[in-house]
Design a protein around this ligand. Structure first.
Ligand SMILES: Cc1cc2nc3c(=O)[nH]c(=O)nc-3n(C[C@H](O)[C@H](O)[C@H](O)COP(=O)(O)O)c2cc1C
Length: 238
């Protein structure tokens, strides 16, 4: 099993240590290979909003040398893990910037078929608040990529560094992580493709309607949908 981990902070702090435990718990379940990407090192650029990915193709993104190898790894992985500390009541800026670069693989544009059976896990840590918003933003992107199921876990530290978290609280976090990691492994290993999220299957139909009504022949999205057989309705990614 191959799992891609995208770390939303370079700091080897609470989020990293929890992620490390999550990975170790998954390793206990069976044969597993992790491919780690650290932000911002592995995606050191903000999206410039040039629209090249939408209009001219993803290879013309000025940051394609970063985006394409990571996407290749994500596409060929069995599962995905995204981590973030909470910054200003939301996800880290580098994680947001990372996700911005992949707006063109939203289901309304050129979603990758391989995403539709994939499972993802989001792990967030916070002093006290904001993990819900952080997780929601990441989760929304992943669902729009077509990811079949997105799971998550967050924990609050109340300002304490991982090694100093009070014993009882720490053992609760650790047992939660062990439980979630085991379940995530089992879920990925099952290869089960669940019924798609309702709003995603709705968005898929809506996108086809929009493409038919508004897109001209030069639209890369339209050409992609035709090639996939999604435009005619002959094939479906679900
Ligand atoms: C720039 C910045 C902004 C933060 N904003 C919040 C916040 O809005 N709410 C909160 O509860 N904690 C906030 N924190 C605290 C971190 O979310 C928390 O300490 C987290 O566990 C740090 O993860 P790390 O140890 O992996 O870096 C912030 C930390 C930083 C560095």
């Amino acid at each position: 099993m191959k799992i891609v981990v995208v770390h939303g902070s370079p700091r080897k702090g609470n989020t990293y240590k929890a992620t490390k435990q999550f990975k170790e718990e998954m390793e206990k379940q069976g044969d597993i290979e992790f491919v780690d990407f650290f932000l911002p090192k592995d995606m050191p650029e903000f999206c410039h909003g040039c629209m090249n990915c939408f209009l001219k193709g993803e290879l013309t993104c000025p940051h394609a040398r970063y985006t394409m190898p990571i996407l290749d790894q994500m596409v060929s992985a069995d599962g995905l893990i995204f981590t973030t500390p909470v910054f200003a009541l939301s996800l880290s800026g580098c994680m947001k910037s990372f996700l911005d670069h992949y707006a063109y693989i939203f289901i309304v544009h050129r979603a990758r078929s391989e995403m539709f059976h994939k499972k993802a896990f989001i792990l967030a840590s916070t002093v006290g608040a904001g993990s819900k918003a952080a997780i929601k933003t990441i989760s929304t992107s992943l669902k729009y990529w077509g990811v079949n199921r997105v799971y998550s876990y967050s924990f609050t530290t109340f300002g304490t560094e991982w090694n100093n978290i009070e014993t009882e609280k720490k053992s609760k976090i650790k047992s939660d992580i062990a439980d979630k990691a085991k379940k995530f492994y089992t879920e990925v290993d099952s290869g089960k493709k669940h019924t798609p999220y309702l709003f995603i299957s709705f968005m898929f139909k809506m996108s086809r309607f929009i493409l038919k009504k508004y897109a001209d022949e030069t639209s890369l999205d339209k050409q992609y949908w035709i090639k996939k057989g999604w435009y005619s309705g002959e094939k479906s990614p679900f």
